[in-house]
Design a binder for this molecule. Structure first.
Ligand SMILES: *Cc1c(COP(=O)(O)O)cnc(C)c1O
Length: 342
């Protein structure tokens, strides 16, 4: 193995073409054998289903180098499970879960030179996805699909510790009740781009979306679930059928209960309750948790008591505990770690 000579601490979150990716095609009602390819380009007919009606689902997870040199993935079985469910929702043939895991193993091993070293804070980001490659013109599910998985090394989301961000309440809705909010599909991101450009123009890092039906409950941001901490150090987790079931959030709930011995409440959270909370954070694979210091609703500011200088106490403990589990510094619960390279 000859690890690439990159400035690992400063590579940022960007696409970098690595050596190999995994590809399998679905034709005549079955997935082919699949395998690795160096070809990063996808060639499609002009009327492919993905190009016309956006039939696509995806996942995102990371591989980490541990201090002993081994490489692990964090709960990839849950990504396999979630993508299976997302595909079914989108009338796409789901990619078998065992094969999803083998594909992840294969791309990590084939791109071993690109896996950032222990201690750099960087990791190998893995992007499995499936899209309609078959031709459609009338509106219907395509007959042919492709499953791919590529990798790209990504830097630590925060250099020198997490600084709290400001977010704004969006004027747009992310997901309709009974809609696609709970599946991981590109279409949920396509509609968020306009809102996200506006949020950035207004000086905010993210949009906080409220429930589309009543606009009185907190849902999530464009790509991360939201967590709150109340005055009793209880973790308050918004619950709704249109929130994407974040693996990071589900893991943090377990960490809160079993490692930090905190009480956790998963329930619908009214926007009007926010001034009562002490801390807030956004959670997802990319950053684990981004602390939120300020939430602005059309000029009305909610300043979290944890402030804009550093993460709140509980959010900080959750971040450190889960990061330590992912990097092998703290024993993980049974089944959370998949060793890919010994
Ligand atoms: C992927 C995603 C998340 C985070 O999920 P993780 O499994 O923790 O990475 C949160 N919200 C949305 C909308 C997402 O697409």
């Amino acid at each position: 193995m000859a690890r690439k000579d990159l400035d690992w601490e400063n590579i940022g979150f960007a696409y970098r073409k690595t050596d190999m990716r995994y590809r399998s095609n679905y034709r005549d009602g079955a997935w082919d054998e699949g395998g690795l390819t160096p070809d990063a380009d996808v060639v499609l007919n002009e009327s492919a289903g993905i190009l016309q009606y956006c039939q696509q689902v995806f996942e995102g997870l990371k591989a980490y180098t541990w201090e002993d040199g081994s490489v692990v993935c964090f709960r990839p079985d849950l990504n396999a499970e979630r993508m299976y469910h997302s595909a079914e929702w989108m009338e796409m043939p789901p990619f078998p879960k065992e094969r999803f895991l083998s594909a992840v193993d294969a791309v990590v091993r084939a791109n071993a030179d690109w896996i950032p070293p222990y201690g750099s804070g960087a990791s190998l980001y893995i992007r499995p996805y499936e899209f309609a490659s078959g031709i459609v013109i009338g509106v219907k599910p395509a007959e042919e699909y492709q499953f791919r998985t590529f990798t790209t090394p990504v830097g630590p989301y925060y250099k020198g510790g997490a600084t709290p961000i400001s977010i704004q309440v969006s004027d747009f809705d992310r997901a309709a009740p009974h809609g696609t909010g709970a599946i991981k599909a590109g279409l949920n991101y396509a509609m968020s781009l306009h809102a996200s450009v506006i949020a950035h123009q207004n000086g905010f890092s993210e949009n906080l979306y409220l429930d589309a039906a009543s606009r009185s409950y907190v849902e999530e941001t464009g790509g991360a679930n939201v967590l709150f901490v109340d005055r009793e150090r209880k973790l308050i987790v918004p619950k709704s059928s249109s929130i994407l079931p974040s693996i990071t959030r589900r893991s943090l709930v377990y960490v809160a209960e079993h490692y930090l011995h905190l009480k956790v409440e998963e329930r619908a959270v009214r926007f009007s309750e926010l001034p009562d909370f002490m801390e807030c954070g956004l959670c997802g694979t990319a950053a684990v948790i981004s602390p939120v210091g300020r939430i602005v609703d059309h000029g009305r500011e909610i300043n979290l008591p944890s402030g804009m200088e550093r993460a709140g106490e509980v959010i900080g403990e959750l971040y450190r505990t889960l990061s330590d589990i992912q990097h092998g510094r703290l024993e993980a619960p049974e089944g959370w770690i998949r060793r890919v390279i010994e």
